[in-house]
Write a protein that binds this ligand. Structure first.
Ligand code: NI
Length: 169
């Protein structure tokens, strides 16, 4: 099932999502649906709050279907180590048609659980490190625009409010 993507302005995007404690068939189905929804929206990462489900689950595929091994499921993820700094243009499916340069750690190690609840750690650099940080932020109610200047953030919010008024958001 393809879920619609929740956009900026919905409070679900700005609250801390709940820890996952049960690893059952319902969770596996939800994760299948999250991959399907992410690909349908042309994204390389999706967090459950972006489909209105406030649980600590994210899916990532920075190769966008090129490499099946790149499909990653992150349940209850935490960033446990970072190195370096890297600034790059970043966007978010919940803030469509906007992009900004965002400074992030260049290398990031995430500790998470897989579909069966097994704990694993994975280190990524560049785009994968960025995805780990962006998606983990989502589960803490944080959007990438919190990492840019107040001036740029207010500009984006003003533009979004205008779109909302016109019914185009
Ligand atoms: Ni996002």
């Amino acid at each position: 099932m393809i879920y619609p993507i929740v956009k900026f302005g919905d409070p679900v995007l700005e609250k801390r999502a709940a820890t996952v404690a049960v690893f059952d068939a319902e969770l596996k189905k939800l994760i299948d649906d999250m991959f399907e929804s992410m690909y349908a929206a042309k994204g390389v990462g999706l967090a459950a709050p972006q489909i209105g489900i406030s649980r600590r689950i994210a899916v990532v595929d920075v190769t966008f279907k090129e490499n099946p091994d790149a499909r990653l499921v992150l349940i209850n993820p935490e960033i446990i180590h970072t190195e370096g700094r890297h600034t790059q243009s970043e966007g978010c499916l919940s803030i469509p048609d906007f992009r900004e340069n965002v400074g992030r750690a260049k290398i990031a190690t995430v500790r998470a659980q897989d579909l069966d609840g097994n704990v694993f750690e994975k280190t990524g650099d560049d785009i994968l490190a960025r995805a780990f940080q962006h998606e983990t932020d989502h589960l803490n109610g944080k959007l990438y625009i919190s990492h840019i200047s107040a001036l740029k953030r207010d500009l984006i919010k003003r533009k979004i409010r205008k779109l909302m008024k016109k019914g185009e958001w």
